[in-house]
Design a protein around this ligand. Structure first.
Ligand code: 26Q
Length: 824
């Protein structure tokens, strides 16, 4: 963008930081409500929230400005976290915690007779992500700010975030999430840093004055990317980092030619086309392949962010691109932004006029790639034909990258044609496709998985050929979660108790949490009683939420058994339901000696086009209807499906959970992060030997974890000759469960609707081996139930889980990224 309307304000003196006492907050709040928002007599609660958000934002600005100043000093090496998703959730409570002004804010609101908790509820969730990968990006941003790492997040400012889920007759119904409808008080738009993004057109190859071969990308359709900045506050420090989200707009409000030619609607249509790019988040947490708009989103993010970093580089470090890799590093959150590899090459070649070799050096010293999946079917592939049409210059560059790469492969393994075909970035079928993961690996100096098992399996399986070629590129970075949101903010009662006993350092250094282990000793009766009472209070809070959202009454005395996550076959919500049906049958048979009453809570969204996942939701709801209505069952067992599971719901759910369900088929869940949130809040895990479960188990000890099921090696083995009938024949409990399900007991007036589910778990081709793990799952559940009846041991194990969770802070994860990859 040209800076023709640029007004330099950098010479103005720094703004005095605003006071943060309750009086000053109260005044600010009142002024915003009256003078800015114009509410004189009264208003709906949302504006109360908005006025307070603006008041708090005022306290952020001076720090934000000085953080930018620091980062703009020449010689500051920066990392850029590029992600199609940032699942941030709410911001106000988070900033109050980080700025340590919660008490003052409470007092400021007293005059207006408003409860802080009610006001926080008014903020819509920023749901700019599907699940684990998007939430991880948000936790990373939090930790980087707390650790004062110069990291900028780059993403898309979706007008519509993750859809809202409603349940109608037991089925999921999706509704649009227009989270920006009432404006977003946290964002600052910076039109002056807009970038032009090209699509379509064709390339022209020519020789410049010096006879050097050059390429022009011409006749493009352009879109403008406008950045919107969101502040990311650090905990207890002066750092405010930036999450920069791009909105797509048309190059001109109206295309003047068309407008003058009278094609008014055509001109408006072009504007719409451009704005569609940042309109909606794809609600698919496995790849939704081949969708042109998705590829547009990916390139839009990659190009806008790279150009923005170039601009920063030129403004602050003078723009000597030979030194670019010394001061800049990009972390690609999965393959979604991987087109950035080719775009960085394009910018260096075509716009900075570098030689291929030099540009490739810079690119491969600047890019790093994180993989989040082991499912081969979830690896992104883009049709070459689509790439050629939408991004012709980038496709040329990818071909060239591949050619030089395959040359290296051939030199390393002479004559090994199979290997060359296997490793090619271009899959040579009748419909050629670009394998984005391979492009990412070839173009990066670092490739990491997100838990130890996952990283090992990448090296031995999915990416074995590449590991053979470049073992030094591969590394593990076990995920984490931020203890600020997931303990300090979500569980204030537990936070107070912990801090009374071990001090407050754990909030910014979770390794301190191990000091709690002493409190777990049975001699600490007083502490145990307090721990138990807090869990009970959190369960009561969760029970209230469940009642409000589902109408199902949970008894707070019963064990809270919770599985919340995206609905996916590999996550095996079905296994959970089979167990619930098993318990129901036991109750109906009067087999209830030494019974542990249980509330089973399941929640999560299904991708709108994922038939099996949607049917699973229907099954949960139908089973719930039968069980919850049965007077024989009563308080012994309850089942509820909580609609619209999201970040804010999890903030109530994880503190109120006793038993955390992490029951994926071993070798399929890359890491999991919900497992860590539950652990931190004192839940025990029932889980498979998968993803980060393994590391949780190692940290807490197997006596404090309910492990069951096949491990990854056994799964791979059994998949060769899986015979579900064998498990049915040898298990009368399983026979009873299947026969009740097949009898239509849970779909009395909906004939046959669960046919596909039954067929899938009975199939020898069921990749998730659900029935193979049924017996050991039921046994582990029985152990958990027995353990829960002994309050003393359960409380001890609960404390030990929290006390052993220190490793799972994203502060630790970010320090490892910094030490091994970013070196900031
Ligand atoms: C791809 C192409 C087109 C449309 C959508 C997508 C898409 C979007 C989101 C593909 C995948 C995702 C999300 C994946 C995800 O959340 N993976 C999870 O990442 C977590 C953080 O590392 C891990 O803990 C989980 O194990 C992993 O499943």
């Amino acid at each position: 963008m040209t800076k023709k309307n640029w007004v330099d304000t950098s010479k103005l003196p720094d703004i005095e930081p605003l006071p943060e006492d309750s009086r000053s907050l109260s005044e600010g709040f009142h002024r915003y409500l009256r003078n800015h928002l114009g509410h004189f007599f009264g208003c709906v609660p949302f504006y109360i929230y908005e006025a307070m958000a603006l008041t708090v934002r005022d306290r952020i600005m001076a720090r934000w400005s000085s953080t930018w100043q620091r980062h703009k000093q020449p010689g500051v090496r920066k990392a850029y976290y590029m992600s199609l998703e940032f699942l941030i959730g709410r911001a106000l409570g988070n900033h109050l915690l980080n700025l340590d002004i919660e008490q003052e804010t409470r007092e400021a609101l007293e005059v207006f007779a408003v409860e802080l908790e009610d006001l926080l509820e008014e903020e819509p969730d920023a749901g700019l992500g599907n699940g684990g990968l998007g939430r991880l990006a948000a936790c990373f941003m939090d930790s980087c700010a707390t650790l004062e790492l110069p990291v900028i997040g780059y993403g898309i400012r979706y007008e519509y975030g993750m859809f809202r889920q409603r349940i109608q007759d037991g089925y999921q119904v999706e509704e649009p999430d227009h989270w920006l409808r009432d404006g977003n008080p946290w964002e600052v738009s910076r039109s002056e840093y807009g970038q032009l993004i090209h699509f379509g057109g064709r390339t022209e190859h020519f020789k410049d004055q010096d006879g050097i071969h050059r390429v022009r990308w011409v006749e493009t359709n352009d879109v403008v990317a406008i950045p919107y900045d969101m502040p990311v506050s650090g905990y207890g420090n002066e750092t405010i980092n930036t999450l920069r989200l791009w909105k797509a707009t048309a190059t001109e409000v109206f295309n003047l030619d068309e407008f003058n030619a009278g094609d008014y609607s055509d001109a408006v249509e072009a504007k719409n086309d451009a704005e569609h790019i940042s309109m909606v988040l794809y609600p698919n947490d496995a790849s939704e392949n081949g969708k042109e708009l998705r590829l547009r989103q990916q390139y839009f993010l990659a190009s806008a962010s790279l150009k923005d970093v170039f601009r920063l580089w030129e403004e602050t470090d003078g723009g000597d691109y030979t030194r670019f890799a010394e001061f800049n590093v990009f972390q690609m959150n999965d393959t979604h932004p991987t087109i950035a590899v080719a775009e960085l090459m394009r910018l260096l070649l075509d716009e900075k006029h570098m030689q291929w070799h030099e540009a490739w050096q810079i690119t491969t010293q600047t890019m790093a790639y994180t993989n989040h999946t082991l499912l081969p079917e979830a690896l992104e592939r883009w049709p070459v034909s689509l790439m050629e049409r939408l991004l012709p210059r980038l496709m040329e560059i990818i071909y060239q990258i591949n050619k030089l790469f395959l040359h290296d492969v051939a030199l390393k393994w002479p004559g090994d044609k199979d290997r060359q075909a296997r490793m090619s970035i271009i899959e040579e079928n009748e419909h050629k496709q670009v394998r984005m993961a391979y492009l990412a690996i070839v173009g990066s100096f670092s490739v990491n998985g997100v838990a130890q098992l996952h990283s090992d399996l990448l090296c031995d399986g999915l990416f074995k050929d590449f590991h053979d070629m470049w073992p030094e590129k591969f590394n593990n970075k076990t995920n984490g979660v931020t203890p600020r949101r997931w303990i300090a903010s979500a569980n204030p009662k537990m936070t107070r108790l912990i801090t009374e006993h071990i001090g407050y350092e754990w909030i910014s250094d979770l390794s301190h949490i191990h000091y709690l282990k002493e409190c777990a000793e049975p001699t600490n009766q007083e502490f145990h009683a307090q721990w138990f009472a807090i869990k009970q209070a959190n369960k009561a809070r969760l029970a209230t939420l469940v009642l409000e959202k589902t109408g199902v009454e949970f008894n707070p005395e019963a064990m809270f058994d919770v599985q919340v996550k995206r609905i996916h076959e590999y996550k095996r919500q079905l296994l959970n339901i089979l167990h619930v049906i098993h318990l129901y049958i036991r109750i109906k048979n009067g087999d209830t000696e030494n019974w542990t009453p249980r509330n089973v809570l399941i929640g999560g969204k299904a991708a709108p086009g994922y038939h099996m996942a949607k049917l699973t939701i229907k099954l949960v709801n139908n089973v719930a209807d039968i069980i919850n209505d049965d007077p024989d069952v009563n308080d012994k067992l309850k089942l509820a499906f909580i609609p619209n599971y999201n970040v804010s719901a999890m903030e109530v759910i994880c503190p109120g959970t006793d038993l955390s369900e992490q029951i994926s088929t071993a070798g399929k869940e890359a890491s999991g992060t919900g497992n860590m949130k539950f652990m931190m809040n004192g839940a025990l895990t029932i889980g498979t030997y998968d993803g980060a479960n393994i590391e949780i188990l190692e940290h807490v000890g197997e006596e404090n974890f309910f492990l069951f099921g096949l491990d990854a090696r056994e799964v791979a083995e059994m998949q060769q000759h899986y015979n579900p009938q064998y498990f049915i024949d040898n298990d009368t409990d399983l026979q009873a469960v299947l026969s009740l399900l097949e009898s239509g007991h849970f779909n009395l007036f909906e004939a046959d609707i669960f046919h596909d589910i039954i067929a899938s778990i009975r199939s020898p081709h069921d990749p998730w081996l659900t029935l193979a793990d049924f017996r050991s799952y039921v046994d582990a559940q029985e152990q958990a139930a027995a353990c829960y009846r002994n309050r003393e041991t359960w409380v001890q194990k609960s404390i030990l889980n929290t006390a052993s969770s220190g490793y799972f802070s994203t502060d630790r994860t970010m320090q490892e990224y910094d030490q091994d990859i970013w070196k900031l």
